[in-house]
Each structure stands twice: as C-alpha cells, then as structure tokens.
Design a protein around this ligand. Structure first.
Ligand code: ZN
Length: 147
C-alpha cells in the first residue's frame, strides 16, 4: 500500500508541476470560474462544446497541488467525451473522493485522488475544477464557490 500511495503522490506532483491543457482555449464557447476560499484555489475552465461533445477543454488556475493536479487530470479525462459522459464521470469522481468508489478502475488516472477522502478539507480542492466544469456546461455566469 505504501508503494501505491507513493505512486499516486508522484502523479499528482507531476500534474501540478506540468499541468496538461493549461492556458485559455482560443475557440472556447463556454467558460466558468471557480474559487475555493478555504484553501485559496482558483480555477478557470474553458470548453469548446460542439453538439453534445467536449471537443476542447483547458484550464488556468493557481492554488494547491491537489486543485491544480485535479484540474489537469480532469481535462485529460474529458477531452473528446460527450457531455453526458462528463456529468457521469463527475458523479463517479465525487463518489470516489467522498465515500469511496466501488469501481475505481473506471476512473482511470483520476483514481490517484482517492486519498483526499481522508482529508475532508482537501475534497473541496479536488472537486473545485469539476464544479467549475459543471457551471461552464450549464453556462452559469456566477463564479462558483465551494462555500
Ligand atoms: Zn486547495
């Protein structure tokens, strides 16, 4: 278990150091901002949605390693997925970090964030990008706050 934890740590640190899909998306047609006042994390999610497909996704943000790595992993997981799949993946991810998942394999690399479940304050860091994604999909103009 120890080694598995170290591996998870490695993936999180790697995504924090070299976030994937980082920066504004030139052809974004949806975007939203999220803020987690407890930790100071800020995330902006950009989407290019065509029909019911997430054709492009990127983010910008500042904050702790968990919030940034979670956003980076989310963009990797969702590119090319349908909007319905994006909602479903958020539901699975939310289960994973709040009460544990029955089937963590389904989440692929996102499963590295399972450990935050032991730290309730970190759950907000891990889910900020996803709440922001939901706001962007719903075209809500109000910034999202985890509070
Ligand atoms: Zn945080």
């Amino acid at each position: 278990m120890r080694e598995l934890r170290d591996l998870y740590q490695e993936v999180i640190l790697d995504h924090n150091r070299r976030p994937r899909n980082f920066g504004a998306l030139a052809d974004a047609n949806r975007q939203a901002e999220g803020y987690n006042p407890l930790c100071g994390d800020r995330i902006q999610v950009f989407l290019h949605v065509e029909g019911d497909q997430v054709q492009g996704i990127s983010f910008e943000g500042t904050g702790c390693a968990i919030s940034q790595a979670s956003a980076s992993l989310m963009t990797e997981a969702l590119k090319g997925k349908s909007v319905a799949d994006a909602h479903a993946l958020f539901a699975s991810f939310h289960d994973l970090v709040t009460r544990g998942s029955d089937d963590p394999d389904r989440l692929g690399k996102l499963a590295v964030l399972a450990g935050v479940r032991e730290f309730p304050i970190r759950v907000k860091c891990a889910t900020l990008a996803w709440h922001t994604l939901e706001a962007a999909l719903a075209k809500r103009d109000q910034p999202v706050s985890t509070e």
